[in-house]
Design a protein around this ligand. Sequence first.
Ligand code: CAA
Length: 261
Amino acid sequence: MADYETITVEQRDAVTLITLNRPQALNALNSQVLEDLIGAFAAYEGDPGQRCAVLTGAGDKAFAAGADIKEMADKPAADFYLDDFFARWTSDLVKKVRKPWIAAVNGFALGGGCELAMMADFIVASDKARFGQPEINLGVAPGMGGSQRLTRAVGKAKAMEMCLTGRMMGAEEAERSGLVAHVFPHENLLEKALEIAATIASKPPMAAIANKEMVNAAFETTLDQGLIIERRIFQILTASEDKAEGMAAFIEKREGKWKGR
Ligand code: CAA
């Protein structure tokens, strides 16, 4: 398995565990983290034996405390613009990963850290997790999707309030507001996230990609278009070997054996 500078990657059966590993900087996201994550997610995506991934942060304190402020502090504005800074988080990380992945938020998820967590298919959090878009305190604003994904997740009132005040939201409020799927006691978070990932990994993998694709379509389309996308994907899946196996296994009262096609 490839070696990375800023993350660690482990395979636990069919689950890939990716850990942001700059605890001394609260796992702040610099350009090397982006390169490493793109590499690790591409390896995950390309490995047919890997069926779900979990992304978490090293250390007891942070998932990621944001984009690396020290890297951005002296960067000329023209470089941000000409490099289309932050674009690759969406183009290379989110759009190219069709297989499922979960963010296990173990502490601060601020700025780019909150935005990275929201790029996941869903978030599970420890009871110590804190989410926020504090960029306003630095004289800037979210740049990796926070104004869009947070608003879609929690609605305009809370998203606007959090962006304008820089307030952090605790785990319980985040679950109540729809940002987080489940909250677990801090010490059990990783075990629980891996358990959920193992459940997803045990499902027919092509159907997992299809389910992800259609739920994501709900954020990009009108209801009418989304319903068409849903029906077409459903109809395509009926031609799969896993559909034949899944329905036969149900009728024969046994576990299905998936081919992934
Ligand atoms: N970038 C770079 N370094 C960071 C960092 C970041 N986002 N967040 C924390 N660190 C570093 C600190 O500089 C410190 O390093 P040193 O020991 O070398 O000084 C180390 O991590 C520990 O941090 P603190 O001493 O500040 O820890 P704390 O417990 O007192 O506070 C915190 C924790 C409230 C999370 C605080 O670190 C903080 O406010 N961090 C910045 C949060 C932030 O503003 N994030 C948004 C960044 S901008 C962005 O993300 C843009 C975007 O939309 C993509």
